[in-house]
Design a protein around this ligand. Structure first.
Ligand SMILES: NC(=O)c1ccc[n+]([C@@H]2O[C@H](COP(=O)([O-])OP(=O)(O)OC[C@H]3O[C@@H](n4cnc5c(N)ncnc54)[C@H](OP(=O)(O)O)[C@@H]3O)[C@@H](O)[C@H]2O)c1
Length: 249
């Protein structure tokens, strides 16, 4: 796409105040796109030079609705076409003791990662033009059952299915869907992890991979390849072998 064409093409990115979303917003701005950068942290959004900040909490349906109304006005005012929506915002919490299952934690993670994605789809999808592309942030954690990931992994598995199902229904409207499955990316979210994160990449590397995948309308954007292909291979192992490899000894 030429820089001139990119200028009138708007991209909405949730979770743009930090980590992958922040790097992605900066990358799209540098490529000349009109970027609507979303998150709760208004100050962090304002620091993305060249982007339009839109601050709201994705878990509050009324706030998402109001944000979509503001977005609609912005699109009209600047004569922008909303061609990409990247629903990237999310959180991660681990179940430390499966025997004392923390249902409040489970509900929190599912609410932020899945239910809130429903609010964003409800209000932003009607604004996406024909030929548009939707990006849903899942995770390569969905390929195999990681320990302590009952809440996070389940939320991301739901997103992967949601993306595949939406792809079927949105095909007739000429809107594509990319399910995004990163391996480990260095961000404030993974900085909290207390375990080894093999083949971890930077948020900037993740941004390049996502950008390329969105431009080429890939159905599944997974990276870094060596890591995600290993996980895909591992997913072919018998479940009992996987359990014995992954379970705490
Ligand atoms: N890092 C990895 O290795 C990795 C791997 C696979 C998938 N992912 C996924 O990639 C996405 C981004 O993760 P990250 O690593 O970049 O994490 P991060 O640095 O913690 O960023 C998370 C983003 O989500 C936003 N967010 C969270 N709750 C929100 C809410 N209620 N309302 C609005 N925005 C909210 C945050 O914005 P505010 O705080 O400003 O609201 C922030 O911008 C997540 O969905 C994560 O699950 C990450």
């Amino acid at each position: 796409m030429s820089t001139q064409a990119a200028k009138s093409t708007a991209v909405l990115i949730t979770g743009a105040s930090s980590g992958i979303g922040l790097a992605l917003a900066q990358y799209y701005v540098n490529k000349g796109f009109a970027v609507i950068a979303c998150g709760r942290n208004a100050k962090a959004l304002q620091s993305i030079i060249g982007a339009t900040p839109l601050s709201f909490d994705i878990t509050d349906n009324a706030q998402v609705k109001a944000a979509a109304e503001q977005l609609s006005q912005l699109l009209r005012q600047h004569d922008w076409k909303l061609q990409q929506v990247i629903l990237n915002a999310g959180s991660c919490e681990y179940i430390d003791n499966a025997l004392r299952f923390d249902s409040a934690l489970f509900a929190r993670v599912i609410n932020t990662n899945v239910v809130a994605m429903g609010y964003c789809l409800e209000h932003f999808l009607p604004l996406v033009g024909q030929g548009g592309q939707l990006g849903l942030m899942s995770s390569s954690a969905t390929y195999i059952p990681f320990p302590r990931a009952e809440a996070y992994g389940a939320s991301k598995a739901a997103i992967s299915y949601l993306g595949r199902s939406l792809r079927v229904d949105l095909a007739q409207h000429d809107i594509g869907v990319s399910v995004i499955c990163p391996g480990f990316v260095k961000t404030p979210l993974t900085d909290k992890n207390d375990f080894a994160m093999p083949m971890q990449i930077s948020a900037q590397q993740a941004a390049v991979a996502i950008f390329k995948g969105m431009q080429t309308q890939r159905k599944e954007i997974h990276f870094p390849g060596k890591f995600t292909w290993l996980l895909k291979l591992a997913s072919l192992l018998p479940e009992s072998l996987l359990v014995s490899l992954l379970a705490k000894k």
